[in-house]
Design a protein around this ligand. Sequence first.
Ligand code: TXA
Ligand code: MG
Length: 360
Amino acid sequence: MGGLYVAEGRLGEASFDNPCCYRPGQFTGRRDEGSAGAAYHRRMVGPDEIAAAVEALRAGEVIGLPTETVYGLAADASNPAAVARIFAIKGRPSDHPVIVHLAEAADMSRWAREVPPVAAALARRFWPGPLTLVLPRAPSVALAVTGGQDTVALRIPAHPVALAVLRAFGGGLAAPSANRYGRISPTTAAHVREDLGEQVRIVLDGGPSEVGLESTIVACLDGRVTVLRPGRIGVEAIEAVSGPVTKATAAAPRVPGSVASHYAPRTPVELIASAAVADVVTAHQRDGVRVAALAPSSPAEAAAVAWIVAAPDAERYGRDLYSHLRTLDQAGADVIVVARPPEAPDWVAIHDRLTRAAAG
Ligand code: TXA
Ligand code: MG
């Protein structure tokens, strides 16, 4: 077996052209870890690392696992003690359900007591990929996994390292995002280390997550299809497979990501109209408020302690959003000003996360 080669930068991209991070008097190519050049060395997660991770999972350990959406904190979903460890490490209330990650769509029936045809069709179309399906749970599924609910959330991730671990492990892996409860989801192995330190012995480094936002969550229950959390896969794409979806209501199953203050940096976030960014930054500066900014325009003056020029397209914007929010959160600013992105279907998940970040 040759091993999986994963560049720490994104394969197929010659350079990080955009977005860029400007600091007063300085230009740096945007990278999370060290200088721009250093980001392109390759790392390998090979058979030995996969085997060690699987052995740890079988022993009830919790590991950091790369996926194409965000990094997960993974444990054996059929081992309640291992699942309890996830909650302890994250500092998450134990009545919150976690997603079970699978290697094969055929495994759905081990976790769901019923797989409606529409769920099977969505799985065929989008798995492996950034879609989570909420289905009636099979009786054997631990209540620790489902947060005591009668439903279970299932997903096959598209990341080669996650798939290699899942295939070698053979069972389901419970994995919430690998951040402390309520904080920004990690999109690199370094973010996981930053948040969880030595509480997790193994963090597999699969490079930066390609999607950068958590999966779209779709419930297929009681003959209805409901989008519980927006993600890269938009409502139109779901409806093209499922037909019309219903809107989530308060009665929908609990999704902690839907708590208003989720995904929040420590620094307060202000979401403001793009055209007003320059004025707001200037006004803050006049008041002695230190500003960090994420906006589509370049800074007019060195008014901010950090300024990230946002990508113009939703795909790259979403991919880098959490990493940018972390960078800006660490800039020593009093406030993070974020220009409100375009109102268009591609941007729905981004609006959702930004609104929650601003509510923090
Ligand atoms: O992209 C993702 O989904 C990432 C990666 C690691 O797969 N995982 C992730 O997990 O975002 P977490 O726990 O941070 O968010 C999972 C969401 C939560 O909002 C949870 O409430 C919801 O899935 N969920 C899990 N089981 C559910 C269920 N039975 N019914 C409704 N929502 C459920
Ligand atoms: Mg999360």
